[in-house]
Design a protein around this ligand. Sequence first.
Ligand code: SME
Length: 160
Amino acid sequence: MVKADQIVADLERLQREGASVEDLLKAAVHGLHELDERFHWTGIYELFPDNVLRLGPFIGAPTDHVFIGVGRGVCGTAVAERRNINVPDVRLVQNYLACSTETRSELVILIRKGEKIYAQVDIDSHQVAAFDEITVKRVQRIADWLAGLYESRESLGRDS
Ligand code: SME
């Protein structure tokens, strides 16, 4: 079993045991962060109806970027352009919002169901081009599971 499948299996077990959405998101961030030793900052930003991303659970250095407007930075651009963004070298990106001066590459994977964007996984690495194809697929597997979680929360019409 690849590690992403193991993380999803663990999340499903926690969910069956009655874990809250908040606890599942924290567990997902923990699992994601452990996926690869090149991940130095791993977090979830949630998209709010006022078109602002708000930082949820994260592992790594505290960041000033707790709120990011859609269209700003790598995170906000991913939502504005409705696509995942893999930045091999943040030093070459003009609208990059620095979380740490050590960050070299960044990956944003949207947590979405079709056109509906709920949130995003944001990962920073101190290494240039840390996010190869296999790594991106692993992160995507967990982001897809989280999309199902957000969708079910929405259909229940409550926060947790
Ligand atoms: N680098 C991001 C901001 C978030 S911090 O990396 C945690 C961006 O450019 O949107």
